[in-house]
Design a binder for this molecule. Sequence first.
Ligand SMILES: C[S@@+](CC[C@H](N)C(=O)[O-])C[C@H]1O[C@@H](n2cnc3c(N)ncnc32)[C@H](O)[C@@H]1O
Length: 295
Amino acid sequence: MSPSASGRARSITEALESAARFLRETRGRSPRLDAELLLAHLLGCSRTQLYARGTDPLEPSLLLAFQELLERRKVGEPVAHLVGWKEFYGRRFAVSPHALIPRPETEFLVEAGLQLLERSAPIRPDILELCTGSGAVAVTLALEMPHAVVWATDLSEQALELARENVLAHRVQERVRLCHGDLFGAFSTPRRFDLILANPPYVGTERGPAPEEAVVRHEPAMALFAGPDGLEVVRRLVAEAPGWLVDGGNLVLEVAAGQIEGVEAMMQERGFRDTGLVCDLAGLPRVVLGRWEER
Ligand SMILES: C[S@@+](CC[C@H](N)C(=O)[O-])C[C@H]1O[C@@H](n2cnc3c(N)ncnc32)[C@H](O)[C@@H]1O
């Protein structure tokens, strides 16, 4: 894409069409959407406003900046990193290379947790999100459940810094508590939670499908990989979770579709009751849940 050969300034519509063609050449999944997000970011407007302003000419300096972003996108840099945010559960969250970019499928983890809490109806639920990364899940839970207190932990200090930024941006600092540490090791004193949920790292270094090259290049290894079969973190989490749940509390985990039945069996073996699976938009089972009852 270049400024018009005729010397005439390009309009927003023309620039978007040519940008989408440019991104399509590299098997981009959503070239038009990506182009719109990048241009809207540069112009400081919404995607809808791009359409209203379709015939407006673009300044050459803006066209150049757009071209630079398109080049970076073309070699695999995520749109979220280029614009600095990602939408999750209808809200914007800051992103950084130190934490996983929140994925749409993780909204099912949130949804499952909210439904379980509505059913068990504790007055002031105590929720724990392990492996919080950007904090998108923890902040969403706090906003959707105004009486809940949400504890959120991560092993990465840099991910927690990003989570702090998101907690402050969404003004839930009174009810979201960030803790640093290895799973439950983040707590120095014992506690019990009504709900524990996590989207832990679950990619196997030797087994299971490998993530896309761009994901490995641009997102932290600590957020993705968990031992040869990808279940090192999940195994510890399922083993230890009962010691941190109230009687009747629930554990909800997001894992890969190919792991889910094994993780459900792991939970049943550990003594979780009424286990179940939740499917994502593609119809793949991605979330597994179960209830802990003291005998
Ligand atoms: C798949 S990402 C999930 C991020 C976020 N919850 C989301 O769903 O978008 C996993 C996160 O777990 C963290 N992590 C990895 N191993 C951990 C451990 N042993 N204890 C706590 N956090 C861990 C990583 O730093 C990363 O932020």
